[in-house]
Design a protein around this ligand. Structure first.
Ligand code: GLN
Length: 216
């Protein structure tokens, strides 16, 4: 059979990589920006709305948005237990509202996954500086960018503070005054800020590294 000159014969077309995909919880909030970032890095992405969507994923990002809404929808969609199960053996990264949802205590009654040994204070920065941007050092990012010494440009939008981090969770980044804005517990990651709103892919690559991604 003849083939157009620029097309590979069907038997030579490389199979799409099906061994690694990450999900983005797409109930509410800024899930799209995470998807754009992951595609830019070259990773297969799936939007997660039901428990079946978690099947075969290597990790999951829970975006920023409104943590009470994300929590309520997760309950409604029957996702609370499946997400807790998933988090026992897979990487999960929560940004902002997602970090609140991962925590074990947010000082109010709202559905939480309780997967990470962190407590948070919602909207901790008050009205005046509800949103701000600041460069912070994140030494852990060296794992994916050994030659890059730049601080990370952290964008905070009605952000929570991570009030306490108890082992096995550990502090990943703080503001200059010591207030905690990122934490890690094994494959679980929480950031009070929004790396998906920058064009710096280091945080996403760090998460992918926790999820077992080998960039071939
Ligand atoms: N203030 C929101 C909350 O408490 C979080 C804001 C965000 O995700 N950008 O859930």
């Amino acid at each position: 059979m003849e083939h157009a000159p620029n097309l590979l014969p069907p038997e030579k077309v490389p199979a799409p990589r099906t061994d690694f995909a990450v999900g983005v919880l797409a109930l509410q909030g800024s899930f799209w920006e995470h998807e754009v970032m992951l595609r830019k890095i070259g990773v297969a992405v799936r939007e997660v709305r039901r428990a079946e969507d978690l099947e075969g994923l290597s990790g999951l990002i829970i975006p920023g948005g409104e943590s009470t809404t994300i929590g309520k929808l997760a309950v409604e969609f029957g996702l609370l237990e499946p997400l807790r199960e998933f988090g026992k053996s897979h990487a999960i990264w929560g940004t902002c509202a997602g970090a609140i949802f991962l925590s074990k205590d947010a000082r109010r009654r709202q559905p939480l996954l309780g997967l990470m040994n962190i407590t948070v204070e919602r909207n901790a920065f008050g009205r005046q500086i509800a949103s701000f941007e600041v460069d912070i050092p994140v030494p852990a990012l060296k794992a994916v960018a050994p030659d890059d010494d730049r601080p990370f440009h952290a964008i905070f939008i009605r952000a929570p503070l991570i009030e306490t981090v108890t082992p096995p969770a550990e502090v990943l980044a703080t503001l200059e005054d010591g207030r905690i804005v990122a934490a890690q517990q094994g494959r679980l990651l929480a950031t009070a800020f929004h790396p998906e709103l920058t064009d710096d892919t280091r945080f996403h690559r760090y998460f992918l590294h926790l999820a077992g991604w080998k960039n071939k």
